[in-house]
Write a protein that binds this ligand. Structure first.
Ligand code: NOJ
Ligand code: CA
Length: 583
Protein backbone atom coordinates (compact mmCIF):
# COMPACT_ATOMS: atom_id res chain seq x y z
CA UNK A 1 0.00 0.00 0.00
CA UNK A 2 1.38 3.49 -0.88
CA UNK A 3 0.53 6.76 0.70
CA UNK A 4 0.85 10.16 -0.83
CA UNK A 5 2.27 12.37 1.77
CA UNK A 6 0.54 15.72 1.50
CA UNK A 7 3.09 18.43 2.18
CA UNK A 8 1.99 20.77 4.91
CA UNK A 9 0.39 23.72 3.18
CA UNK A 10 2.69 26.69 3.61
CA UNK A 11 1.11 29.55 5.40
CA UNK A 12 0.04 32.22 2.94
CA UNK A 13 0.74 35.63 4.38
CA UNK A 14 1.92 39.13 3.59
CA UNK A 15 5.65 39.74 3.80
CA UNK A 16 6.68 41.80 6.79
CA UNK A 17 7.21 45.19 5.16
CA UNK A 18 4.84 46.55 2.52
CA UNK A 19 6.52 47.45 -0.76
CA UNK A 20 4.45 50.58 -1.07
CA UNK A 21 2.23 52.61 1.28
CA UNK A 22 -1.34 53.70 0.56
CA UNK A 23 -1.65 57.06 -1.19
CA UNK A 24 -2.80 60.06 0.80
CA UNK A 25 -6.57 60.68 1.00
CA UNK A 26 -7.80 62.99 -1.75
CA UNK A 27 -4.72 62.29 -3.92
CA UNK A 28 -5.04 64.02 -7.32
CA UNK A 29 -6.64 62.15 -10.21
CA UNK A 30 -3.51 61.42 -12.19
CA UNK A 31 -1.88 59.39 -9.42
CA UNK A 32 -4.22 56.47 -10.08
CA UNK A 33 -5.84 57.27 -13.45
CA UNK A 34 -6.33 54.71 -16.20
CA UNK A 35 -5.62 56.46 -19.49
CA UNK A 36 -6.59 55.05 -22.88
CA UNK A 37 -4.33 55.82 -25.81
CA UNK A 38 -6.11 56.68 -29.04
CA UNK A 39 -4.03 56.58 -32.18
CA UNK A 40 -6.28 58.98 -34.09
CA UNK A 41 -5.62 57.70 -37.59
CA UNK A 42 -6.68 54.20 -36.56
CA UNK A 43 -9.56 54.52 -34.11
CA UNK A 44 -12.67 55.72 -35.95
CA UNK A 45 -13.07 57.30 -39.38
CA UNK A 46 -16.08 59.61 -39.76
CA UNK A 47 -15.85 60.46 -43.46
CA UNK A 48 -14.75 57.23 -45.15
CA UNK A 49 -11.34 58.35 -46.39
CA UNK A 50 -9.75 55.42 -44.55
CA UNK A 51 -8.06 57.58 -41.91
CA UNK A 52 -9.45 58.00 -38.42
CA UNK A 53 -10.29 61.54 -37.37
CA UNK A 54 -11.44 63.74 -34.48
CA UNK A 55 -15.19 63.67 -35.31
CA UNK A 56 -14.88 59.87 -35.45
CA UNK A 57 -13.41 59.89 -31.95
CA UNK A 58 -16.08 62.23 -30.58
CA UNK A 59 -18.83 60.02 -31.99
CA UNK A 60 -17.51 56.99 -30.13
CA UNK A 61 -16.50 58.49 -26.79
CA UNK A 62 -19.37 56.79 -24.98
CA UNK A 63 -17.59 53.47 -25.67
CA UNK A 64 -14.78 54.71 -23.44
CA UNK A 65 -17.15 55.88 -20.74
CA UNK A 66 -18.65 52.37 -20.74
CA UNK A 67 -15.18 50.85 -20.63
CA UNK A 68 -14.48 52.87 -17.50
CA UNK A 69 -11.30 54.81 -18.26
CA UNK A 70 -10.51 58.15 -16.66
CA UNK A 71 -8.80 59.86 -19.57
CA UNK A 72 -7.63 59.52 -23.14
CA UNK A 73 -4.28 60.36 -24.65
CA UNK A 74 -4.43 61.31 -28.31
CA UNK A 75 -1.35 60.73 -30.46
CA UNK A 76 -0.57 63.78 -32.68
CA UNK A 77 -3.30 65.27 -34.86
CA UNK A 78 -1.42 68.48 -35.81
CA UNK A 79 -0.74 69.65 -39.37
CA UNK A 80 2.00 67.37 -40.64
CA UNK A 81 3.33 65.86 -43.82
CA UNK A 82 2.87 62.54 -41.95
CA UNK A 83 6.43 61.38 -42.54
CA UNK A 84 6.27 59.71 -39.12
CA UNK A 85 2.51 59.40 -38.72
CA UNK A 86 2.18 62.91 -37.30
CA UNK A 87 5.25 62.86 -35.01
CA UNK A 88 6.63 65.35 -37.55
CA UNK A 89 4.69 68.50 -36.64
CA UNK A 90 4.52 71.42 -39.07
CA UNK A 91 2.29 73.61 -36.88
CA UNK A 92 1.84 73.06 -33.14
CA UNK A 93 -1.31 75.18 -32.89
CA UNK A 94 -3.68 73.62 -35.40
CA UNK A 95 -5.31 70.38 -36.52
CA UNK A 96 -4.39 68.62 -39.77
CA UNK A 97 -7.35 68.66 -42.20
CA UNK A 98 -6.83 64.89 -42.38
CA UNK A 99 -8.11 64.72 -38.79
CA UNK A 100 -10.54 67.67 -38.80
CA UNK A 101 -10.27 71.22 -37.52
CA UNK A 102 -9.61 73.17 -34.35
CA UNK A 103 -13.38 73.42 -33.97
CA UNK A 104 -13.54 69.60 -34.06
CA UNK A 105 -10.90 69.49 -31.31
CA UNK A 106 -13.01 71.85 -29.19
CA UNK A 107 -16.09 69.68 -29.69
CA UNK A 108 -14.12 66.56 -28.76
CA UNK A 109 -12.84 68.21 -25.58
CA UNK A 110 -16.30 69.38 -24.58
CA UNK A 111 -17.92 66.01 -25.20
CA UNK A 112 -15.18 64.12 -23.37
CA UNK A 113 -15.50 66.40 -20.37
CA UNK A 114 -19.29 65.97 -20.35
CA UNK A 115 -18.69 62.24 -20.12
CA UNK A 116 -16.17 62.69 -17.30
CA UNK A 117 -13.20 61.77 -19.50
CA UNK A 118 -10.06 63.90 -19.37
CA UNK A 119 -8.02 64.56 -22.50
CA UNK A 120 -4.22 64.40 -22.76
CA UNK A 121 -2.62 65.44 -26.04
CA UNK A 122 0.76 64.59 -27.50
CA UNK A 123 3.51 67.18 -27.51
CA UNK A 124 6.53 66.66 -29.77
CA UNK A 125 9.28 69.03 -28.59
CA UNK A 126 12.47 67.24 -29.65
CA UNK A 127 11.96 67.90 -33.34
CA UNK A 128 9.56 69.52 -35.77
CA UNK A 129 8.73 68.65 -39.33
CA UNK A 130 11.11 69.99 -41.96
CA UNK A 131 7.98 71.69 -43.29
CA UNK A 132 7.58 73.76 -40.10
CA UNK A 133 7.86 77.50 -40.86
CA UNK A 134 10.94 77.81 -38.65
CA UNK A 135 12.83 75.11 -40.50
CA UNK A 136 11.88 76.51 -43.88
CA UNK A 137 13.12 79.90 -42.68
CA UNK A 138 16.35 78.28 -41.46
CA UNK A 139 16.96 76.73 -44.88
CA UNK A 140 16.34 80.02 -46.63
CA UNK A 141 18.42 82.14 -44.25
CA UNK A 142 21.72 80.31 -44.63
CA UNK A 143 24.68 79.44 -42.40
CA UNK A 144 25.24 81.51 -39.29
CA UNK A 145 21.77 83.06 -39.36
CA UNK A 146 19.56 83.40 -36.28
CA UNK A 147 17.00 81.21 -38.06
CA UNK A 148 19.45 78.30 -38.22
CA UNK A 149 20.27 78.68 -34.52
CA UNK A 150 16.88 77.23 -33.50
CA UNK A 151 17.90 73.88 -34.99
CA UNK A 152 21.20 71.99 -34.89
CA UNK A 153 23.05 72.98 -38.06
CA UNK A 154 26.79 72.30 -38.30
CA UNK A 155 29.44 72.44 -40.97
CA UNK A 156 30.50 69.05 -42.25
CA UNK A 157 33.91 67.50 -41.72
CA UNK A 158 36.36 66.29 -44.37
CA UNK A 159 38.19 68.58 -46.80
CA UNK A 160 34.98 69.82 -48.38
CA UNK A 161 32.52 69.38 -45.53
CA UNK A 162 31.31 66.27 -47.31
CA UNK A 163 31.33 64.14 -44.15
CA UNK A 164 28.75 64.53 -41.38
CA UNK A 165 29.68 66.53 -38.26
CA UNK A 166 29.82 63.37 -36.11
CA UNK A 167 29.02 59.67 -36.30
CA UNK A 168 25.53 59.67 -34.78
CA UNK A 169 22.90 57.45 -36.35
CA UNK A 170 19.17 57.91 -36.57
CA UNK A 171 16.89 55.83 -34.34
CA UNK A 172 15.10 54.86 -37.54
CA UNK A 173 18.29 53.71 -39.29
CA UNK A 174 20.88 55.50 -41.41
CA UNK A 175 22.78 58.56 -40.26
CA UNK A 176 21.35 61.27 -38.05
CA UNK A 177 22.60 64.11 -40.28
CA UNK A 178 21.40 65.40 -43.63
CA UNK A 179 23.28 67.88 -45.78
CA UNK A 180 21.32 70.79 -47.21
CA UNK A 181 21.70 72.58 -50.48
CA UNK A 182 22.22 76.29 -49.85
CA UNK A 183 20.24 79.00 -51.65
CA UNK A 184 23.05 79.47 -54.20
CA UNK A 185 22.89 75.79 -55.13
CA UNK A 186 26.10 74.78 -53.32
CA UNK A 187 26.34 71.78 -51.02
CA UNK A 188 25.92 73.27 -47.57
CA UNK A 189 25.66 72.58 -43.86
CA UNK A 190 24.29 69.50 -42.17
CA UNK A 191 21.37 69.36 -39.72
CA UNK A 192 20.76 66.84 -36.97
CA UNK A 193 17.72 64.56 -36.93
CA UNK A 194 17.70 61.77 -34.38
CA UNK A 195 14.67 60.37 -36.21
CA UNK A 196 13.66 60.74 -39.88
CA UNK A 197 15.32 63.21 -42.26
CA UNK A 198 12.00 65.07 -42.16
CA UNK A 199 12.26 65.52 -38.36
CA UNK A 200 15.00 68.11 -37.63
CA UNK A 201 15.96 68.38 -33.94
CA UNK A 202 15.45 71.74 -32.23
CA UNK A 203 18.32 73.32 -30.32
CA UNK A 204 16.89 73.45 -26.81
CA UNK A 205 19.69 75.73 -25.64
CA UNK A 206 17.97 78.47 -27.64
CA UNK A 207 15.65 80.70 -25.56
CA UNK A 208 13.21 81.15 -28.45
CA UNK A 209 12.64 77.40 -28.61
CA UNK A 210 11.86 77.35 -24.89
CA UNK A 211 9.53 80.34 -25.12
CA UNK A 212 7.75 78.87 -28.13
CA UNK A 213 6.93 75.61 -26.38
CA UNK A 214 5.70 77.33 -23.25
CA UNK A 215 3.39 79.30 -25.51
CA UNK A 216 2.24 76.08 -27.22
CA UNK A 217 1.47 74.57 -23.81
CA UNK A 218 -0.69 77.59 -22.97
CA UNK A 219 -2.45 77.43 -26.33
CA UNK A 220 -3.76 73.93 -25.61
CA UNK A 221 -4.28 74.48 -21.88
CA UNK A 222 -6.44 77.49 -22.72
CA UNK A 223 -8.53 75.24 -24.99
CA UNK A 224 -9.07 72.92 -22.03
CA UNK A 225 -6.71 69.98 -22.42
CA UNK A 226 -5.90 68.13 -19.22
CA UNK A 227 -2.29 67.38 -20.01
CA UNK A 228 0.46 66.40 -22.37
CA UNK A 229 2.28 63.20 -23.17
CA UNK A 230 5.78 64.42 -23.95
CA UNK A 231 7.45 62.71 -26.89
CA UNK A 232 11.15 61.73 -26.57
CA UNK A 233 11.31 63.60 -23.26
CA UNK A 234 14.84 62.35 -22.67
CA UNK A 235 16.22 63.66 -25.96
CA UNK A 236 15.96 67.45 -25.90
CA UNK A 237 19.43 68.30 -24.65
CA UNK A 238 22.55 67.08 -26.42
CA UNK A 239 25.99 66.86 -24.83
CA UNK A 240 28.06 70.00 -25.60
CA UNK A 241 30.38 69.49 -28.53
CA UNK A 242 28.21 66.64 -29.88
CA UNK A 243 30.87 63.97 -29.26
CA UNK A 244 30.91 60.78 -31.32
CA UNK A 245 29.07 57.82 -29.86
CA UNK A 246 30.43 54.32 -30.09
CA UNK A 247 27.19 52.36 -29.75
CA UNK A 248 24.06 51.79 -31.81
CA UNK A 249 21.37 54.45 -31.69
CA UNK A 250 18.25 52.95 -30.25
CA UNK A 251 15.43 54.30 -28.27
CA UNK A 252 12.53 51.98 -28.14
CA UNK A 253 13.76 49.43 -25.76
CA UNK A 254 16.98 47.81 -26.86
CA UNK A 255 18.27 49.12 -23.56
CA UNK A 256 15.04 48.23 -21.81
CA UNK A 257 14.31 44.58 -22.32
CA UNK A 258 16.96 42.44 -20.74
CA UNK A 259 17.28 39.23 -18.91
CA UNK A 260 16.97 40.17 -15.27
CA UNK A 261 19.69 37.76 -14.30
CA UNK A 262 22.23 39.36 -16.62
CA UNK A 263 24.59 42.22 -16.36
CA UNK A 264 22.80 45.51 -16.99
CA UNK A 265 23.68 47.64 -19.99
CA UNK A 266 25.22 51.08 -19.80
CA UNK A 267 23.04 53.78 -18.29
CA UNK A 268 21.09 55.71 -20.90
CA UNK A 269 22.82 59.01 -20.13
CA UNK A 270 26.13 57.58 -21.37
CA UNK A 271 24.66 58.24 -24.82
CA UNK A 272 25.44 61.90 -25.62
CA UNK A 273 21.90 62.70 -26.76
CA UNK A 274 19.77 60.82 -24.23
CA UNK A 275 18.87 61.68 -20.65
CA UNK A 276 21.24 64.61 -20.31
CA UNK A 277 20.80 66.52 -17.06
CA UNK A 278 19.75 69.73 -18.81
CA UNK A 279 16.32 68.36 -19.77
CA UNK A 280 15.08 68.71 -16.21
CA UNK A 281 15.32 72.48 -16.27
CA UNK A 282 12.89 72.47 -19.21
CA UNK A 283 10.33 70.38 -17.34
CA UNK A 284 10.59 72.45 -14.19
CA UNK A 285 9.67 75.50 -16.27
CA UNK A 286 6.75 73.63 -17.85
CA UNK A 287 5.49 72.47 -14.47
CA UNK A 288 5.21 76.10 -13.37
CA UNK A 289 3.09 76.82 -16.45
CA UNK A 290 0.79 73.87 -15.78
CA UNK A 291 0.46 74.60 -12.08
CA UNK A 292 -0.63 78.16 -12.87
CA UNK A 293 -3.86 76.66 -14.25
CA UNK A 294 -4.91 75.47 -10.77
CA UNK A 295 -7.12 72.50 -9.93
CA UNK A 296 -7.83 69.91 -11.17
CA UNK A 297 -4.18 69.33 -12.05
CA UNK A 298 -3.10 69.47 -15.68
CA UNK A 299 -0.40 66.90 -16.23
CA UNK A 300 2.82 66.02 -18.04
CA UNK A 301 3.68 62.42 -18.84
CA UNK A 302 7.21 61.63 -19.99
CA UNK A 303 8.01 59.25 -22.77
CA UNK A 304 11.56 58.66 -21.60
CA UNK A 305 13.29 55.38 -22.39
CA UNK A 306 15.75 55.76 -19.54
CA UNK A 307 17.70 53.28 -17.50
CA UNK A 308 18.33 52.67 -14.68
CA UNK A 309 15.10 53.41 -12.85
CA UNK A 310 16.88 55.75 -10.44
CA UNK A 311 17.51 58.03 -13.43
CA UNK A 312 14.05 57.52 -14.94
CA UNK A 313 12.27 58.70 -11.79
CA UNK A 314 14.13 62.00 -11.91
CA UNK A 315 11.55 63.02 -14.55
CA UNK A 316 8.79 62.76 -11.94
CA UNK A 317 10.34 64.66 -9.07
CA UNK A 318 7.73 66.84 -7.42
CA UNK A 319 8.55 69.98 -9.43
CA UNK A 320 8.84 68.23 -12.81
CA UNK A 321 6.48 65.87 -14.61
CA UNK A 322 3.57 64.02 -13.04
CA UNK A 323 4.00 60.69 -14.78
CA UNK A 324 6.65 58.79 -16.76
CA UNK A 325 5.89 55.55 -18.59
CA UNK A 326 7.37 52.56 -16.81
CA UNK A 327 8.94 50.86 -19.82
CA UNK A 328 10.86 48.53 -17.55
CA UNK A 329 7.56 46.78 -16.77
CA UNK A 330 6.66 46.60 -20.47
CA UNK A 331 9.99 44.91 -21.19
CA UNK A 332 9.95 42.40 -18.35
CA UNK A 333 9.95 38.77 -19.50
CA UNK A 334 6.99 36.55 -18.59
CA UNK A 335 8.56 35.04 -15.51
CA UNK A 336 7.24 35.34 -11.98
CA UNK A 337 10.48 36.34 -10.33
CA UNK A 338 11.27 38.99 -12.95
CA UNK A 339 7.79 40.49 -12.76
CA UNK A 340 7.76 40.59 -8.96
CA UNK A 341 11.18 42.17 -8.99
CA UNK A 342 10.20 44.85 -11.52
CA UNK A 343 6.99 45.69 -9.68
CA UNK A 344 8.71 46.05 -6.31
CA UNK A 345 11.66 47.99 -7.71
CA UNK A 346 9.38 50.30 -9.70
CA UNK A 347 7.28 51.19 -6.69
CA UNK A 348 10.31 51.74 -4.50
CA UNK A 349 11.99 53.97 -7.10
CA UNK A 350 8.93 56.13 -7.68
CA UNK A 351 8.27 56.31 -3.96
CA UNK A 352 11.78 57.69 -3.50
CA UNK A 353 10.59 60.85 -5.28
CA UNK A 354 6.96 60.73 -4.10
CA UNK A 355 5.59 59.95 -7.57
CA UNK A 356 3.12 57.27 -8.67
CA UNK A 357 4.28 54.55 -11.03
CA UNK A 358 2.80 54.59 -14.54
CA UNK A 359 2.28 51.06 -15.83
CA UNK A 360 1.98 50.24 -19.52
CA UNK A 361 2.06 47.08 -21.63
CA UNK A 362 1.35 48.28 -25.17
CA UNK A 363 1.50 51.40 -27.29
CA UNK A 364 1.87 52.43 -30.94
CA UNK A 365 5.63 51.74 -30.94
CA UNK A 366 5.81 48.17 -29.68
CA UNK A 367 4.41 44.79 -30.66
CA UNK A 368 0.99 44.39 -29.02
CA UNK A 369 1.28 42.41 -25.80
CA UNK A 370 -1.31 39.85 -26.93
CA UNK A 371 1.23 38.93 -29.61
CA UNK A 372 4.47 39.63 -27.77
CA UNK A 373 3.55 37.22 -25.01
CA UNK A 374 2.74 34.51 -27.55
CA UNK A 375 6.17 34.61 -29.18
CA UNK A 376 8.55 31.70 -28.63
CA UNK A 377 10.87 34.05 -26.75
CA UNK A 378 10.00 37.37 -25.21
CA UNK A 379 13.63 37.99 -24.33
CA UNK A 380 14.32 40.33 -27.19
CA UNK A 381 11.31 42.33 -28.20
CA UNK A 382 11.11 42.46 -31.98
CA UNK A 383 10.58 45.78 -33.73
CA UNK A 384 7.63 44.40 -35.63
CA UNK A 385 6.92 40.95 -36.99
CA UNK A 386 6.69 40.16 -40.69
CA UNK A 387 5.33 37.22 -42.68
CA UNK A 388 8.84 35.73 -42.91
CA UNK A 389 9.37 35.75 -39.13
CA UNK A 390 8.44 33.22 -36.47
CA UNK A 391 4.73 33.67 -35.83
CA UNK A 392 3.09 33.98 -32.43
CA UNK A 393 0.89 31.42 -30.70
CA UNK A 394 -2.21 33.58 -30.71
CA UNK A 395 -4.15 31.67 -28.08
CA UNK A 396 -1.25 31.57 -25.64
CA UNK A 397 -0.49 35.24 -26.27
CA UNK A 398 -4.06 36.29 -25.54
CA UNK A 399 -4.29 34.18 -22.41
CA UNK A 400 -1.07 35.68 -21.07
CA UNK A 401 -2.02 39.18 -22.18
CA UNK A 402 -5.26 38.97 -20.20
CA UNK A 403 -3.32 37.77 -17.18
CA UNK A 404 -0.70 40.49 -17.62
CA UNK A 405 -3.32 43.23 -17.86
CA UNK A 406 -5.16 41.90 -14.82
CA UNK A 407 -1.88 42.00 -12.93
CA UNK A 408 -1.14 45.55 -14.12
CA UNK A 409 -4.57 46.92 -13.27
CA UNK A 410 -4.33 45.57 -9.72
CA UNK A 411 -1.26 47.67 -9.03
CA UNK A 412 -1.19 51.05 -7.31
CA UNK A 413 -0.37 53.95 -9.60
CA UNK A 414 -1.70 54.98 -12.97
CA UNK A 415 -1.91 52.79 -16.07
CA UNK A 416 -2.10 53.36 -19.80
CA UNK A 417 -4.05 51.12 -22.18
CA UNK A 418 -3.49 51.11 -25.92
CA UNK A 419 -6.52 51.10 -28.21
CA UNK A 420 -7.62 47.61 -29.16
CA UNK A 421 -5.89 45.83 -26.30
CA UNK A 422 -9.27 45.76 -24.55
CA UNK A 423 -10.38 43.53 -27.45
CA UNK A 424 -7.35 41.27 -27.09
CA UNK A 425 -6.31 42.45 -30.53
CA UNK A 426 -3.22 40.72 -31.90
CA UNK A 427 -0.52 42.45 -33.93
CA UNK A 428 -0.86 42.25 -37.69
CA UNK A 429 2.09 39.92 -38.34
CA UNK A 430 1.70 39.13 -42.04
CA UNK A 431 1.12 42.55 -43.57
CA UNK A 432 2.41 42.68 -47.16
CA UNK A 433 5.41 45.02 -47.31
CA UNK A 434 3.89 47.33 -49.88
CA UNK A 435 1.50 48.66 -47.22
CA UNK A 436 4.19 49.50 -44.66
CA UNK A 437 4.55 53.18 -43.83
CA UNK A 438 6.83 53.27 -40.79
CA UNK A 439 9.98 55.18 -41.88
CA UNK A 440 12.11 52.68 -40.02
CA UNK A 441 11.18 49.96 -42.53
CA UNK A 442 12.43 52.04 -45.44
CA UNK A 443 15.47 53.47 -43.66
CA UNK A 444 16.76 50.03 -42.68
CA UNK A 445 16.02 48.45 -46.04
CA UNK A 446 13.44 46.24 -44.37
CA UNK A 447 15.82 44.90 -41.71
CA UNK A 448 13.49 46.44 -39.11
CA UNK A 449 9.90 45.54 -39.93
CA UNK A 450 8.67 48.59 -38.04
CA UNK A 451 5.56 49.47 -36.12
CA UNK A 452 2.74 49.30 -38.65
CA UNK A 453 1.56 45.97 -37.25
CA UNK A 454 0.28 47.54 -34.03
CA UNK A 455 -1.30 50.53 -35.80
CA UNK A 456 -3.97 48.77 -37.86
CA UNK A 457 -7.46 50.38 -37.72
CA UNK A 458 -9.84 49.16 -34.98
CA UNK A 459 -12.50 46.53 -35.71
CA UNK A 460 -15.89 47.72 -34.47
CA UNK A 461 -18.40 45.59 -36.38
CA UNK A 462 -17.75 42.12 -37.78
CA UNK A 463 -18.70 41.81 -41.42
CA UNK A 464 -19.10 45.56 -42.01
CA UNK A 465 -16.92 47.34 -44.59
CA UNK A 466 -13.60 48.23 -42.89
CA UNK A 467 -15.02 46.31 -39.90
CA UNK A 468 -16.98 49.42 -38.97
CA UNK A 469 -13.84 51.57 -38.68
CA UNK A 470 -15.38 53.95 -41.21
CA UNK A 471 -18.57 54.17 -43.26
CA UNK A 472 -16.86 52.67 -46.31
CA UNK A 473 -14.35 49.94 -47.11
CA UNK A 474 -11.17 52.04 -46.79
CA UNK A 475 -8.62 51.55 -44.04
CA UNK A 476 -5.14 53.08 -44.34
CA UNK A 477 -3.55 49.77 -43.30
CA UNK A 478 -5.12 46.43 -44.18
CA UNK A 479 -7.08 44.79 -41.36
CA UNK A 480 -6.17 41.10 -40.97
CA UNK A 481 -8.92 38.59 -41.67
CA UNK A 482 -9.00 37.49 -38.03
CA UNK A 483 -9.82 40.99 -36.76
CA UNK A 484 -13.55 40.44 -37.43
CA UNK A 485 -13.73 37.93 -34.61
CA UNK A 486 -12.28 40.53 -32.22
CA UNK A 487 -14.69 43.32 -33.22
CA UNK A 488 -16.38 45.30 -30.48
CA UNK A 489 -19.85 44.07 -31.48
CA UNK A 490 -18.67 40.47 -31.01
CA UNK A 491 -17.61 41.15 -27.44
CA UNK A 492 -19.99 43.64 -25.84
CA UNK A 493 -22.11 41.84 -23.28
CA UNK A 494 -20.45 38.49 -24.00
CA UNK A 495 -19.38 36.90 -20.71
CA UNK A 496 -15.71 35.97 -20.74
CA UNK A 497 -14.85 38.23 -23.70
CA UNK A 498 -11.71 40.30 -23.35
CA UNK A 499 -13.74 43.50 -23.54
CA UNK A 500 -15.96 42.40 -20.66
CA UNK A 501 -12.88 41.34 -18.70
CA UNK A 502 -11.39 44.83 -19.10
CA UNK A 503 -14.69 46.40 -18.05
CA UNK A 504 -14.82 44.26 -14.92
CA UNK A 505 -11.19 44.93 -14.07
CA UNK A 506 -11.70 48.67 -14.38
CA UNK A 507 -14.93 48.63 -12.39
CA UNK A 508 -13.42 46.60 -9.54
CA UNK A 509 -10.20 48.59 -9.59
CA UNK A 510 -12.28 51.71 -9.18
CA UNK A 511 -14.66 50.32 -6.55
CA UNK A 512 -11.78 49.07 -4.41
CA UNK A 513 -9.55 52.08 -5.08
CA UNK A 514 -6.72 49.71 -6.04
CA UNK A 515 -4.91 52.58 -7.78
CA UNK A 516 -4.27 54.29 -4.45
CA UNK A 517 -3.82 51.19 -2.28
CA UNK A 518 -0.77 49.89 -0.48
CA UNK A 519 1.06 46.87 -1.88
CA UNK A 520 2.68 43.94 -0.10
CA UNK A 521 4.29 40.80 -1.44
CA UNK A 522 2.50 37.61 -0.40
CA UNK A 523 4.51 34.56 0.60
CA UNK A 524 3.63 30.88 0.53
CA UNK A 525 2.07 30.41 -2.91
CA UNK A 526 5.18 29.06 -4.62
CA UNK A 527 7.96 30.24 -6.87
CA UNK A 528 6.16 30.50 -10.18
CA UNK A 529 3.58 32.89 -8.85
CA UNK A 530 3.35 36.65 -8.60
CA UNK A 531 1.41 37.09 -5.36
CA UNK A 532 0.55 40.51 -4.01
CA UNK A 533 -1.89 42.10 -1.64
CA UNK A 534 -3.43 45.50 -2.31
CA UNK A 535 -4.86 47.13 0.79
CA UNK A 536 -6.57 50.38 1.62
CA UNK A 537 -8.37 52.02 4.51
CA UNK A 538 -12.03 51.09 4.88
CA UNK A 539 -12.14 48.18 2.42
CA UNK A 540 -11.20 44.52 2.07
CA UNK A 541 -7.67 43.52 1.16
CA UNK A 542 -7.39 42.25 -2.42
CA UNK A 543 -5.12 39.29 -3.08
CA UNK A 544 -3.65 39.29 -6.57
CA UNK A 545 -2.27 36.03 -7.88
CA UNK A 546 -0.72 35.48 -11.32
CA UNK A 547 0.25 31.90 -11.94
CA UNK A 548 3.13 31.52 -14.40
CA UNK A 549 3.89 27.93 -13.42
CA UNK A 550 2.79 24.62 -14.92
CA UNK A 551 0.48 23.43 -12.14
CA UNK A 552 -2.61 25.03 -10.68
CA UNK A 553 -2.30 27.16 -7.55
CA UNK A 554 -4.74 26.78 -4.66
CA UNK A 555 -5.94 30.01 -3.11
CA UNK A 556 -5.77 30.41 0.67
CA UNK A 557 -8.84 29.40 2.58
CA UNK A 558 -11.52 32.06 2.73
CA UNK A 559 -10.29 33.91 -0.35
CA UNK A 560 -13.28 35.09 -2.35
CA UNK A 561 -12.57 35.53 -6.07
CA UNK A 562 -13.77 38.83 -7.53
CA UNK A 563 -12.40 38.61 -11.04
CA UNK A 564 -10.26 36.14 -12.99
CA UNK A 565 -8.51 36.53 -16.34
CA UNK A 566 -9.42 32.94 -17.33
CA UNK A 567 -11.84 30.43 -15.77
CA UNK A 568 -10.63 28.77 -12.56
CA UNK A 569 -10.10 25.02 -12.36
CA UNK A 570 -11.99 23.58 -9.39
CA UNK A 571 -11.44 26.83 -7.55
CA UNK A 572 -7.69 26.89 -8.25
CA UNK A 573 -5.71 29.29 -10.44
CA UNK A 574 -4.58 27.68 -13.70
CA UNK A 575 -1.42 28.48 -15.68
CA UNK A 576 -1.14 31.99 -17.17
CA UNK A 577 -4.08 33.29 -15.18
CA UNK A 578 -4.49 36.20 -12.78
CA UNK A 579 -7.17 36.34 -10.11
CA UNK A 580 -8.19 39.08 -7.74
CA UNK A 581 -9.74 37.85 -4.50
CA UNK A 582 -10.93 39.42 -1.28
CA UNK A 583 -9.10 37.86 1.63
C1 NOJ B 1 8.17 58.36 -29.97
C2 NOJ B 1 6.86 58.15 -30.63
O1 NOJ B 1 6.04 57.41 -29.78
C3 NOJ B 1 7.14 57.48 -31.94
O2 NOJ B 1 5.98 57.00 -32.55
C4 NOJ B 1 7.89 58.45 -32.82
O3 NOJ B 1 8.24 57.81 -34.01
C5 NOJ B 1 9.13 58.97 -32.12
N1 NOJ B 1 8.91 59.30 -30.76
C6 NOJ B 1 9.66 60.19 -32.81
O4 NOJ B 1 8.80 61.28 -32.57
CA1 CA C 1 -11.33 60.32 -41.95
Amino acid sequence: MTFTVQPALAEVREAADPVHAEDRPGAPWWRSAVIYQIYPRSWADSNGDGIGDLPGITARLSYLRDLGVDAVWLSPFYPSPQADAGYDVADYRDVDPLFGSLADADVLLRRAHELGIKVVVDLVPNHSSDEHAWFQAALAAGPGSPERARYIFRDGTGPHGELPPNNWNSVFGGRAWTRVTEADGSAGQWYLHLFDTKQPDFDWQHPEVRAEFESVLRFWLDRGVDGFRVDVAHGLIKQPGLPDWHDRTTMLGAHVEHDHSEHRPEPTHATPYWDQDGVHEVYRAWRTVLDSYGAPDRILCAEAWVEPQERAVRYVRSDEMHQAFNFDFLGTPWRAEALTDTIARSLRSSDSVGAPTTWVLSNHDVVRHATRLGMPSTESRPRGIGAGDAQPDRELGLRRARAATALMLALPGSAYLYQGEELGLPESTDMPDEFRQDPTFRRTGGAEIGRDGCRVPMPWVKGAPSLGFGPGPLAWLPQPEVYGAYAVDQQVGVPGSTLELYRSLLAVRHAHALGTGSLSLVEGLGEDVVALSNDGAGRDRVLVVTNLGKSVVELPEGAEVVVASSPLEAGAVPTDTTVWARW
